[in-house]
Design a protein around this ligand. Structure first.
Ligand code: SIN
Length: 499
């Protein structure tokens, strides 16, 4: 597409599953996709091991999937959104199959379904065991590269959203000060795991989209809810490789160094993560024992986990895998309605950078890829046939600084220390003061805005619920989602009113 056409285009910031699926679904509307790395790199989607949850098996129903989603979310899932993703999921799996994703099949040709924690039945479609994310991204990348309506720009990182004199979002400002005007802007920037010293996410996932939206005045919901995956492989790597929950679905057990079991293997993720955290603090060590359940099938059934273990000289067929919780998924983010609209005109969001109400305080396993494709489809349905809204000139905007390696490492250490699986008011206040000091010394980088939003929301939630556990407030209070703006920056509309 010639450069001059871009201003009437839709701008998608982020090129993981949510961004690319949306770009494809927008055809024939022209769109520009900004990717901070070559397609498929620096994207959590490509690393997803488990797969995509959808009620496709005989005897399963969207109603049952929605019930499990609501139960895992510890009182904060919006039931209408849970029903919506469960209902629309099977069609989106069929879309992915049509794009060439080779989901695993049973011997009679049906889709194979695996069991993950807190699902009442096997319901997760996978590819070659633990390669779903990579296979899905490979298919989407091939399709987007071939699509004429999509203009992919790699190595381009957005730093700020542009707004016109009416406050409508009208484009983005990138690293090299280049501006991208657009009729509509959609954030698909992923999560926040890279703000933590121990994470399963690419380090680049530092809440950029969520921070840019907050700076533009968007409502942010439930920022305190960061999900820690209980079974990251503890071999000193950064990021930490994952040992998928599907291993426990196959019968692997969590044990301590004495070989004793201390938690129910398929309990909700927050429960398992906390139990492992406490066991480690007590010095008893934590391991995933898949010797009997998987054993010789490891190389063929879980090739990614097997390769990660073997690269550290650890054969999971013979030795239990050392495990630790790691920051994995952000349930909070840009508040959107059921069509992916944020509270700011012209700004939409999809995937992990959002808070749609689907995940509540604790996401059900393999519901993240599901939510991404369902909402990408819905946003495309709203925008596909709209006349392009020609953007007005943007108001002057300065790009925020980026954090140098030193302060970034300091930020990751402090989030790890004080905003982890178990938090308390003193630690959260200490971390918040530290983040403010980093901002004064190094400028208000997006990573600092994202951290501030997480820490202040965690401080404000004086209860324990789902992934947010306060040792100083261990009980639950009345279930309530929180909607905030960053430092009182106001938004142009109310997200609930827009649905
Ligand atoms: C896993 O495979 O355990 C992760 C899946 C997910 O985060 O939903």
């Amino acid at each position: 597409m010639p450069r001059k056409d871009r201003s009437a285009s839709i701008l998608i910031i982020g090129a993981g599953l949510a961004g690319l699926f949306l770009a494809l679904k927008l055809a024939p509307r022209r769109c520009v996709v900004l990717s901070q790395a070559p397609l498929g790199e620096a994207s959590s989607s490509a690393w997803a091991q488990g797969g995509l949850a959808a009620a496709l098996a005989p005897g399963d129903e969207p109603k049952l999937h929605a019930q499990d989603t609501i139960a895992a979310g510890a009182g904060l899932v919006d039931p209408a959104v849970a029903s919506l993703i469960a209902r629309e999921g099977p069609d989106r799996v069929r879309d992915l199959i049509a794009l060439g994703v080779p989901f695993d099949r049973t011997s009679d040709g049906a889709l194979a379904q695996s069991l993950e924690a807190a699902h009442s039945r096997p319901r997760v479609v996978r590819v070659s065991g633990d390669l779903a994310g990579k296979a899905i991204m490979d298919a989407l990348i091939a399709a987007t590269r071939a699509a004429e309506h999509i203009d992919i720009i790699e190595h381009k990182r957005a730093r700020a959203l542009l707004r016109d004199a009416n406050g409508r979002v009208c484009g983005a400002l990138c690293d090299d000060e280049e501006t991208y005007p657009a009729s509509e802007v959609i954030l698909a920037t992923g999560g926040v795991g890279g703000l933590y010293a121990v994470t399963t996410n690419p380090i680049e996932a530092q809440g950029q989209g969520f921070a840019m939206a907050a700076r533009a005045g968007a409502l942010i919901a439930d920022a305190e809810f960061v999900q820690f995956h209980p079974t990251a492989i503890d071999i000193g790597r950064d990021p930490a490789p994952l040992a998928t929950e599907a291993l426990r679905g196959e019968g692997a057990h969590i044990i301590n160094a004495n070989g004793d079991s201390f938690v129910s293997d398929l309990a909700p993720r927050d429960v398992v993560a906390r139990a492992i955290h406490l066991e480690r603090q007590a010095g008893r060590g934590t391991f995933l024992d898949a010797r009997k359940a998987v054993g010789a099938k490891f190389p063929a059934h879980f090739p990614t986990v097997f390769a990660a273990c073997m690269s550290a000289g650890l054969d999971p067929r013979e030795t239990p895998i050392p495990i630790a919780p790691a920051a994995h998924y952000h349930m909070g983010g840009v508040a959107t309605d059921i069509w992916g609209r944020s509270s700011v005109e012209g700004l939409w969001a999809v995937g992990e950078c959002t808070s749609t109400g689907a995940h509540g305080a604790n996401r059900l396993a393999s519901n993240s890829l599901l939510e991404a494709v369902v909402f990408a489809h819905r946003i495309a349905a709203r925008l596909r046939d709209d006349a392009a809204h020609l953007p007005l000139p943007p108001e002057p905007t300065a790009a925020p600084p980026t954090l140098a390696d030193g302060p970034r490492a300091e930020l990751r250490r402090l989030m790890e220390a004080d905003a982890n699986v178990v938090r308390d008011g003193a630690g959260l206040k200490r971390a918040l003061a530290h983040v403010h000091a980093l901002g004064e010394s190094h400028g208000q980088a997006n990573a600092l805005v994202a951290s501030e939003l997480i820490l202040s929301a965690a401080l404000a939630r004086t209860e324990s619920r789902g992934a947010h556990f306060r040792s100083d407030y261990p009980d639950v209070a009345t279930p309530q989602r929180t909607f905030v703006t960053w430092r009182g920056v106001s938004s142009t509309a109310d997200v609930a009113a827009a649905s």
